[in-house]
Design a protein around this ligand. Sequence first.
Ligand code: NDP
Length: 596
Amino acid sequence: MEASELGFDPEALREKYRAERDKRLRADGNQQYQEVVGDFSHYVDDPYIESKIEREPLQDTVEVIIVGGGFGGLIAGARLREAGIESIRVIEKGGDFGGTWYWNRYPGAACDVESYIYLPLCEELDFVPKKKYTHAPEILEHSKNIGKKYDLYRDACFQTEVTGMSWQEEEKLWLVSTNRGDAMRARFVVMSNGPLNRPKLPGIPGISDYKGHTFHTSRWDYDYTGGGPEGNLEKLKDKTIGIIGTGATAVQCVPHLGASAKQLYVFQRTPSSIDVRNNRPTDLEWAASLKPGWHKERMENFDTLTSGGIVEQDLIKDGWTEIISNLISMANYRGQNLEPREIARLMELADFQKMEQVRSRAQEIVDDPETAESLKPYYRQFCKRPCFHDEYLPTFNRDNVQLADTDGKGVDAITEKGIVANGEEFKVDCIIFATGFEVGTEYTRRSGYDLVGKNGQTLSKKWADGLRTFHGMHTHGFPNLFNIGTAQGGFTTNFPHSMDEQSQHIAYIVSECLSGNVREIEASKEAEDAWVEEIISFARIGERFQAECTPGYYNNEGQPNPKSVQSQSYGKGPNAFFKKLKAWREDGNMPGMNLS
Ligand code: NDP
C-alpha cells in the first residue's frame, strides 16, 4: 500500500521511531536507577500499618511455606487447600494479604485488565466485581476475602521478611529464617515474591539534597495529601507538586493530582500510549446470568485473543483484545500462506496504523499543540505497556497542570527546592516518584534473600549467568521448591491467570508427593537444560523487535542481552504453556523430575 492510501509514510515513521529510541538509549541501562537501600530505605517503609505485630520467633515445622501474600501466594494457598493440604504458612512483608494491591493504594489505582478476568477465584468466592475495571480498594478487599475463605490467616506471618533459606539434606526440609528471628522448617516452599515488588528511584544527581516532602507511588502518603483512593486530595490545595514518571501508574494518579493540587508539574521522559478506557459499572443482569465455568472460559478467551488465536466471540471487547485483533485482521495474513517477512511487514503497518490513532487522540484532546505533540508516543505499541484512560490527557488542559517534557533525556537534577529539567528549576513542595519497579536486577536482590540449595550452592550463583528452570517453576539443585512468575513460564497480559495455572500445577505436585510419601522432588539437569534451550530458541524470534524498541523494563532498558533473552516467557504463548502443564500432569509420571 502507498503512503497516500495509508495516511502515513512507513519509512518516515520508522526513522522517527529510531530517532526517538536513540535519544533515550543510555550506557548505564539498568544501573541508572537508585536502589532503595541505606538512606533511601525509608521509601519502602509501610505507611499502612496501624500497629506493629509483636510475636515470639517461630521454630516449628509446616508442610508448605509460601513467600508472598499477593495474588500468587493467595492462589497457591487456595489451590493447595483445595488439594487437602492443612499446614500452610504464608510469610508476607506487608501487614495483610494483597501484595501489589496492598502497596499500590495511590489515588485512581485500578486494574487495567478487565476485572472479571483479572480478579482470581471469582467463581470460588461467588463474586463479580462492581466495575469492568474495578478500583484498588475492591481488589484489596477481594484479596482479604480469599485469605478468609481458604483460612490462610490462621498461620500467616505478616510484617515478616524472609532473610534466607537453606536446604537441610538430612531432614529433607527447608529452613527459613526471617527478620523476626524465626527459624521455621517446611517440606515445600513456594516463592511468590512478585515480578514488580521493589520500587526504584531515578539515580538523579542531588536526589538526597531535596528538603521538601517525597514518596514513591507504591507507598502513597495520604497523611500528606489528604483524601483517599477515590481522590479529593484536599491537603494539596495550596501545594505545588512534581511527579516524575509517566508510566501506567502516573497515568492513573495524575488526574487526581491535577484536580487537587494548586500546581502540578508532570515530568516526562517517554510518553505512554493512551487509548480509550470506557470503564462502566457491572451490568447486574449479566452478572446474574453467568453460568458455571464462566471465569475460566473468559480468561482463556482473553489469552487466546491476546496471543493472536482464533475464537468465535470476543467476550472481553476492550482495548487489549482490540489491539491484537486489529493487528491480526489488518495484517490479514491468516490462511494466505505468507512468508514470515511479509507477515512481519503487515504487522508493522497495522501497528503504525494503531499508534497513529493513539497519537491523533492526543492531538484531539489536548488543547495546547506543543503539549499535545509531546504527549504522542513514537514507538511500537508493545514496546511499553499500553495504557487506557479517559481522564489523563484532558488533565493537561487544566490551567494548574504543566507537562515538563524532557525530550527523552529525563530529569537533570534535584536541588534543595525542586526539580531541574531542560535547564530550568521547578520549585515544588513535594516530589512524587512514579518511577516504577526493579525488573532486570538480580532475582535475589529483588526478593531480598538468597537460597542455599544442595551441596551449598546458592541460587544467586546458579542464576548468575541467566535464569535456569524447568517450566519456569523448578530449578535443579533446589528440591521441593517452586517459583511463581512468568520468566520461562506462560506469560499473559492477565498475569493472575498464569499464577492460577501454576498454582494448580504446584498443588498437584505437592499432593502427589505427600500421598505417595515422596520426600524429595527435584528437576533433573537434563529437563532443565532442554527447557532453557526451548525458551531461548523462541525468544530469539523476538530479539530484533526488542532491540528496536524504545528503552524500558520490557527490553532491559534498551540493552537486551543473552541473560534477558533467557528470562523470556514460553514463546508459543500462554495457552500452549498451560496445555503443556496439563499434559504433563496427565502423564502421571512427572517426567523431568527426580523423586526420592
Ligand atoms: P514504569 O516503569 O512503567 O514507569 C516509570 C516511569 O518513570 C516511566 O515513565 C519512566 O520513563 C519514568 N522515569 C524513570 N526515570 C526517569 C527519569 N530519570 N526522569 C524522568 N522520568 C523517569 O512504572 P509504573 O509504576 O508506571 O508501572 C509499572 C508497571 O506496573 C506497569 O507497566 C504495569 O505492568 C503495572 N501497572 C499495572 C496496573 C494495573 O492496573 N494492572 C496499573 C499501574 C501499573 P521512561 O518510560 O522513559 O523509562
